[in-house]
Write a protein of this length. Structure first.
Length: 334
């Protein structure tokens, strides 16, 4: 699904799953179970209850975090889960008033290196600020075939819309983004990805000035938001130049990993360009029209989300069309 996009943990109380009703903040993981071997898409489920508040009101719904590895002890946040879903398990332990205390998150582990992992769920309390709890299961990711298609954007089922800054909508076989004022706008796609090849065909619409970009390994934020931590491949087709930037959380500007560099592989003006980023651990390879632009090593963000977008140059109403956004499994680079 596409949507418009314009833009420290404390220690837990326990690692064990709840064994019965108490007055403590509690969280449990219900699926996948301990020892699971994962290959295809999986739904991570669980529940969290804060008995100190009315049903469903005590848990911080925007702060139900899923981690690979222990929070504050070498782990890395995977994503935030959606909270407030029905849970028979929560009902069993705390009664029917807490039925809507479940959470879930979709995860496709095929883009993650095959090995054992610790899966953690971390929650915090609104009723008792500073109180946290966590649960853990040990599991493993199985090897997946190279070049397996993990995601292909379907514009016909995607959600467009408009803001003061931009309009987005399906346009034939493409997704159109039109800027209404200086700045930028992007469309984010579903899922968290680690080692993949992400590709999209981008084309300026009606103007030969402007930039389009492919953001990858974007760090997720609470409530289905995105943070300002990401990598960005930017292409300026009018000058046939590209740049790879690293945006770290905080106020600092995007830092150059590859400064603006000209390449004959980039088609100029309003001609389409097929952009690609192959991610394999800390190795990041950038492509334009199946030609390698740069091979960079940077492992600051091991996984994250994806989006594409357009930004204004001299023309304040630049637009772009995006086609064939596809994500395939690791080691699938050209």
């Amino acid at each position: 699904m596409l949507a418009l996009a314009l833009g420290g943990l404390s220690g837990g109380a326990r690692a064990a799953a709840p064994a019965g009703q108490t007055d403590e903040l509690r969280v449990a993981l219900t699926s996948p179970g301990p020892g699971a071997l994962l290959a295809e898409r999986v739904t991570i489920t669980g529940w969290a209850v804060e008995p100190a508040a009315s049903a469903g009101e005590g848990v911080n719904a925007g702060d139900v975090q899923i981690w690979l590895g222990a929070p504050d002890a070498g782990g890395y946040r995977l994503d935030y889960a959606r909270y407030g879903l029905p849970s028979d398990a929560a009902t069993t332990f705390f009664g029917p008033a807490y039925r809507d205390s479940g959470f879930e998150m979709q995860w496709n582990p095929c883009s993650f290196p095959p090995r054992p992992y610790e899966l953690w769920a971390f929650v915090s309390s609104l009723a008792r600020p500073g109180l946290t709890d966590y649960a853990r299961v040990d599991l493993a990711v199985a090897p997946c075939p190279a070049g397996l298609e993990l995601y292909r954007a379907d514009w016909s089922t995607s959600r467009g819309g408009s803001t003061a800054r931009a309009e987005q909508q399906q346009s034939g076989d493409a997704w159109a983004i039109r800027l209404l004022q200086p700045g930028g706008s992007a469309a984010g796609v579903e899922g968290v990805y680690g080692d993949v090849l992400a590709e999209v065909t981008a084309q300026l619409a009606g103007h030969d000035d402007g930039y389009y970009f492919l953001d990858f390994r974007i760090q997720p934020g609470p409530g289905n938001t995105l943070t300002d931590g990401f990598y960005r491949l930017t292409v300026h087709p009018d000058s046939a130049r590209f740049r790879l930037g690293l945006s770290r959380p905080g106020p600092d500007p995007i830092a150059d990993l590859v400064p603006w560099t000209a390449s004959p592989a980039i088609r100029r003006g309003v001609l389409p360009n097929r952009l690609g980023v192959a991610m394999e651990g800390a190795r990041l390879r950038l492509y334009a029209n199946d030609t390698l632009l740069a091979d960079v090593t940077n492992g600051e963000f091991p996984w994250g989300k994806l989006r594409f977008g357009v930004a204004t140059g001299d023309d304040p109403t630049t637009g772009a069309l995006f086609r064939d956004f596809v994500v395939t499994s690791r080691q699938a680079a050209p």
